[in-house]
Design a protein around this ligand. Structure first.
Ligand SMILES: *Cc1c(COP(=O)(O)O)cnc(C)c1O
Length: 449
C-alpha cells in the first residue's frame, strides 16, 4: 500500500458552527474593567463593534452557527490541508512510532489563519450597515487579511500601518492596496492622537499602540465606521475554531489520535483555533491530547508573565482584561516573528493555561528558524517566522519522545506562509539573526548550556 501524506476534506465536511470555549471554562473569566476598575458593559463596545460581534464576545453559548454568507466566502480557501510530514520525520531521523502532522492555514492569498476571522468580521459589520472598517497593522498579516475580506464582502478598509513597517515592508502595503484598502503611514495628521504625536516628534517611527489609537479614534467618531481587531478577543478565538474542527476529522481519516497539539502563540487565536476543539474533545473523553502554546523567549507572556488584569495596549486606552501579561509597557526585543510580540494574551487562552489545561513553552528565534529550515527543505514549504515556533516545539516533542523510547503523534498548526518575510530568512541564512535575553533585553547566544 502506498503511504498516505494528505488527508483531504471536501466542502461538505466544513464545520457549520463555531465552538465557543467560554461555555466550558473550568473557572470563568472576570469581566473587562475600565481604568478605574469598574466593569465595562457590552454597550461601550457597540461604539466600535457591530452588535453580532459584541454578542459573540460575551456569549457562553457552546455552538454558534456560521452564517451561510460567511461559509460561502471562506469556501474560497477552506477546508485547508492536513498533511503527515513524512519527509520532515525522515529529515529528523525519527523512529517509526513518532509521527508529525500539520494543518496548513497559509493557503489563502493573505497568507495566514487571520482570514478566518477577517471574513466574518467584514460580514457582520456590513450587515450592521457599516461602510468602512479601520484597523492597525504592524507586521502586515492582519491588514492583509482584512483588506482581502473587505474586497470580498464589499466594505472599505482603512489601515493604519506602523510607520517603520510602512517603510520597511512595502510588499505588505502593496498587497493591501491591491485589494483596495487605503494604507496610512501612522502616525497621520488625520487624527488628534496622530497630530499630537507628530507635534512632539515629527520623525517618529510610530508604534502599534499609536496605530491602534488612531484606528479607534476614527471608528469611535463616525457612526458608519467600525474598528476591527485580528487577535486576542473572544470572538476572534471563536472564528478560528474551524481549524481544529477540521483537524479532528482529518486526524480521524489518518486513523490516529494526536498525543499533543501545538500552535505558536502571540495573541492566542491560532492556538485557540486548533486547540479549543481538542480541549472539548478531551472533556468528551475522546482524546488525551495535550495542548501546547509555543511562544518566543523574547516575549514569554505565558511562561514568564503574571495572571492579572492589564490593559490591552501600551497607552492604557483599552479596557483591562484578565490575562497573562508582561505588563502593558513591556517592549519586546525586535524579533522577526512580529505577530508574537504582544505583552498580553487572549483571556480565554490565559484562563486555560492558568487552570493547567493548556501548557506553554518558550523558544529562541534561532532554534525556530533552524527547525523551519529543516521543515522547509523537507516539505517544500516556507513558514511564517511566527509559525516556526510551532515547528520548533514539535521538534522538541519528537526528540523527547525518541529519547524516552516512546511513540508519539504530534499535530501542529502551520499558521501562515513566510513568502513576504524573506528578509528574516536572509538574515538567518547570513548568520545575522540574534537571540535576546528576556530579562535584560541584551543579545545573547541562544544555545542554552
Ligand atoms: C498574527 C499571526 C500569529 C499570531 O497571532 P495569534 O493570535 O497568536 O494566532 C501567528 N502566526 C501568523 C502567521 C500570524 O500572522
Amino acid at each position: 500500500m502506498t503511504q498516505q501524506y494528505r488527508f483531504n476534506l471536501t466542502e461538505k465536511d466544513m464545520p457549520t458552527a463555531w465552538y465557543n470555549v467560554a461555555a466550558d471554562l473550568p473557572v470563568p473569566i472576570g469581566p473587562p474593567l475600565d481604568a478605574e476598575g469598574n466593569p465595562v458593559g457590552a454597550e461601550a463596545l457597540l461604539a466600535i463593534f457591530p452588535p453580532a460581534l459584541v454578542e459573540q464576545e460575551v456569549s457562553t453559548e457552546r455552538y454558534i452557527d456560521i452564517p451561510g454568507e460567511v461559509l460561502d466566502v471562506i469556501r474560497t480557501f477552506r477546508p485547508t490541508p492536513l498533511t503527515r510530514a513524512r519527509m520532515f520525520e525522515k529529515a529528523l531521523g525519527l523512529p517509526e512510532g513518532i509521527q508529525i502532522y500539520y494543518k496548513y492555514e497559509g493557503i489563502n492569498a493573505s497568507g495566514s489563519h487571520k482570514a478566518n476571522t477577517a471574513i466574518p468580521q467584514a460580514f457582520y459589520n456590513k450587515q450592521a450597515g457599516i461602510t468602512k472598517l479601520t484597523t492597525e497593522t504592524g507586521a502586515g498579516q492582519w491588514g492583509s487579511a482584512i483588506a482581502m475580506a473587505g474586497s470580498q464582502l464589499g466594505i472599505d478598509v482603512d489601515v493604519f500601518m506602523v510607520g517603520v513597517s510602512y517603510d520597511q515592508k512595502p510588499y505588505r502595503r502593496i498587497f493591501m492596496e491591491s485589494f483596495g484598502a487605503k494604507v496610512h503611514r501612522s502616525p497621520t495628521t488625520m487624527t488628534e492622537v496622530g497630530r499630537q504625536v507628530l507635534a512632539k516628534d515629527p520623525d517618529t517611527l510610530g508604534s502599534l499602540s499609536i496605530a491602534i489609537s488612531e484606528a479607534v479614534e476614527v471608528a469611535a467618531a463616525n457612526p458608519d465606521i467600525n474598528y476591527s481587531l485580528g487577535s486576542v478577543l473572544n470572538h476572534v478565538c471563536l472564528h478560528q475554531t474551524v481549524i481544529g474542527q477540521e483537524a479532528i476529522l482529518q486526524m480521524e481519516m489518518a486513523g490516529v489520535e494526536p498525543d499533543v497539539v501545538i500552535a505558536c502563540c502571540g495573541g492566542g487565536t491560532n492556538l485557540a483555533g486548533i486547540g479549543f476543539p481538542y480541549y472539548k474533545r478531551r472533556l468528551d473523553g475522546k482524546t488525551k491530547a495535550r495542548i501546547v502554546a509555543a511562544e518566543p523567549k523574547a516575549c514569554p507572556t505565558l511562561t514568564a508573565g503574571e495572571y492579572r488584569y492589564d490593559f490591552g495596549d501600551e497607552a492604557g486606552l483599552t479596557p483591562q482584561m484578565q490575562m497573562y501579561t508582561l505588563g502593558h509597557d513591556f517592549v519586546p526585543a525586535g524579533i522577526h516573528a512580529g505577530g508574537l510580540r504582544y505583552h498580553g494574551d487572549s483571556p480565554l487562552v490565559s484562563a486555560l493555561v492558568k487552570s493547567g489545561d493548556i501548557e506553554a513553552v518558550s523558544l529562541y528565534q534561532n532554534d525556530c528558524f533552524e527547525a523551519a529550515m529543516i521543515f522547509s527543505r523537507a516539505e517544500a514549504m516556507l513558514p511564517a517566522p511566527e509559525s516556526s515556533h510551532a515547528i520548533a516545539a514539535a521538534v522538541q516533542e519528537a526528540r523527547a519522545a525518541a529519547e524516552a523510547g516512546e511513540d508519539r503523534v504530534i499535530l501542529f498548526n502551520l499558521s501562515g506562509h513566510g513568502f513576504l518575510d524573506l528578509p528574516a530568512y536572509d538574515r538567518y541564512n547570513r548568520g545575522e539573526l540574534v537571540d535576546y535575553d528576556f530579562a535584560s533585553g541584551t543579545v545573547i547566544d541562544g544555545k542554552e548550556a
